[in-house]
Design a protein around this ligand. Structure first.
Ligand code: BMA
Length: 306
């Protein structure tokens, strides 16, 4: 099973004339709506704080970007950056899951994470440019790599998240309260399996198929090389893994995946279905945005039987 890198890669580069996306643009969310592709990407500039930029495209390959970021840090909870967006369209809204990197959660005086400060946050938008914060999925723990499923499951909003080193499921009535009682582990790293032996985390929003939720995830090994894998989760209970192949589907090969801000990284937050193809958008070495594609049927077949 092969993902094909697009000939125009990398499809988005840092802009040395800008102050906020000077050094790195990477790990974008991409969503297709009303015939256009919308990209919300992570950018780092002169102050090394991550902000979210916006770009639009007709073909998903050539992009026009706005001059200023559309979503930026606003207080102590995200003062060190807004990272790794994943976007879901649900009930006429766009919901962004993003990592807030800061030092304390608004007003709570509570450290978000000992010595670190990461929060799995949600925000809402009607137009993909103006974003309103909803709140965190969890506070006071090492938790990120979260995303919202594109429909309610058994009457509840459902999200994947990551309690290091495992992927978890959470459920909510209103996207604000994610009761601890709803949280269940989905799967973790496989210590014997090389490429996904150390930690795992969800990639883009899972794709609903007749066989289950088709899910792409990232993992790293003892050399800290980030690769991507695929698996299938139960449609009615995504905490149940239907099948998880041993092999990975994608790994760093190109120079801009092997060298960049963080070496040996392919990291994806978006897998968009375009006709019969899956467009996988990813960050190369935390430095550039790239695109790889493969037929949906092939990916599904691999996730079921690989
Ligand atoms: C993870 C995330 C990603 C990043 C990756 C590799 O922890 O923070 O944003 O791409 O590390 O550096």
């Amino acid at each position: 099973m092969f993902l094909k890198r697009h000939d125009s890669n990398p499809i988005l580069l840092p802009d040395p004339t800008s102050d906020w996306e000077t050094y790195n643009v990477f790990n974008p969310a991409v969503i297709r709506h009303n015939g256009l592709f919308h990209m919300l990407y992570r950018a780092q500039g002169l102050d090394w704080v991550s902000r979210i930029g916006y770009a639009v495209s007709v073909d998903g390959i050539h992009w026009n970007r706005l001059r200023r970021p559309v979503f930026e840090p606003h207080d102590g909870s995200d003062s060190r950056g807004i990272e790794d967006p994943r976007i879901t369209e649900i009930d006429g809204d766009f919901i962004m899951a993003y990592t807030a990197y800061g030092s304390e959660y608004q007003g709570s005086g509570k450290p978000t994470h000992e010595g670190g400060g990461i929060l799995p946050m949600f925000a809402r938008s009607k137009n993909l440019i103006e974003w309103e914060r909803i709140g965190p999925l969890a506070i006071g723990e090492d938790n990120k790599d979260h995303l919202l499923f594109p429909r309610k499951i058994r009457g509840q909003y459902a999200a994947l998240h990551r309690r290091t080193p495992n992927i978890w499921l959470a459920e909510s009535d209103d996207l604000k309260n994610w009761p601890e009682a709803s949280m269940r582990p989905v799967f973790g790293p496989r210590p014997e399996n090389g490429w996904d032996s150390k930690t795992v985390g969800a990639s883009g929003v899972p794709i609903e198929t007749e066989y289950g939720w088709l899910m792409i995830y990232h993992a790293y090994d003892s050399t800290h090389t980030y690769r991507l894998g695929a698996c299938l989760l139960d449609l009615d209970d995504p905490a149940k893994v239907i099948h998880r192949p041993n092999r990975f589907i994608f790994e760093p090969k190109e120079i801009w995946e092997l060298r960049g801000d963080v070496p040996n990284v392919v990291f994806s937050c978006a897998n968009v279905v375009v006709g019969d193809e899956v467009y996988l958008y990813y960050g190369g070495a935390d430095h550039v945005v790239a695109l790889a594609t493969l037929p949906l049927a092939e990916l599904l077949d691999f996730a079921r039987h690989g």
